[in-house]
Unconditional design. Structure first.
Length: 221
């Protein structure tokens, strides 16, 4: 596994110490878990985004999402006025989504295993880009074919407040600050819990610039 070569903590005084925080019966935050992978992860991500750039998508309700999206892997998640779904082709290019880089797949599998889900084989990685002000409303990840696999979420760049709710939209969510390199894993009895992201605050991250990028890995097909 690659080791960190730059001081990723320099301007990030709020960064939490590495460690595992339990946020649900089968849900954990793995603080700083992705940091040792970053050096290999970022070039791989750049390569994916050169093939399938971020784009603004419209929900079935006609709203343009404030987060811009892309995907890699066998399946990519998309939304348009006709619905939410996974597709094998990037609708923008008509070509398959970029392959999931091995570093990303391995990071997700290791994180899942450390959070209690061995043998996680993701086939979809949704890539969300939040500029300051962008958010993600409370939702469940439920377009996947089955829910036995967990969701693994990797946060990069600007910090954000992650909302981790219950099984009903009205359940009051926990507010969890997520920083560059943090990984959240939820699955099992927690797999369908509502979650979202509060509007990202203004700022510039020393490594990622004025944005937050989140990767969510799922087994979708
Ligand atoms: C998502 O639920 O798709 C994204 C979560 C996040 O950005 O942390
Ligand atoms: Fe989600």
């Amino acid at each position: 596994m690659p080791g960190p070569t730059v001081d990723l903590f320099a301007d990030d005084a709020l960064q939490q110490p590495a460690g595992r925080e339990q946020i649900g019966e089968q849900s954990h935050v793995l603080r700083g878990y992705a940091l040792p992978w970053i050096e290999h992860l970022l070039p791989a991500l750049r390569c994916v985004l050169a093939q399938s750039p971020f784009r603004q998508m419209v929900t079935p309700g006609g709203f343009t999402m404030s987060a811009a999206l892309s995907s890699c892997g066998e399946l990519g998640w998309t939304t348009d006025p006709s619905g939410y779904r996974y597709t094998a082709l990037d609708p923008r290019s008509g070509h398959p989504w970029p392959a999931m880089p091995e570093t990303l797949r391995q990071l997700a599998a290791h994180a899942a295993a450390d959070a209690g889900f061995s043998d996680f084989v993701p086939d979809a990685c949704l890539i969300n880009r939040y500029v300051p002000g962008a958010k993600m409303s409370l939702h469940q990840d439920k377009n996947e074919r089955c829910y036995t696999a967990p969701v693994v979420s990797v946060s990069l760049g600007l910090p954000a407040i992650f909302l981790f709710g219950g099984h009903a939209r009205s359940d009051k969510p926990q507010k969890i600050s997520l920083f560059h390199g943090d990984v959240v894993v939820w699955g099992g009895v927690d797999r369908l819990r509502f979650h979202g992201v509060m509007p990202v605050k203004d700022g510039t991250h020393p490594v990622m610039g004025p944005q937050r990028i989140n990767l969510t890995f799922r087994t979708a097909g």
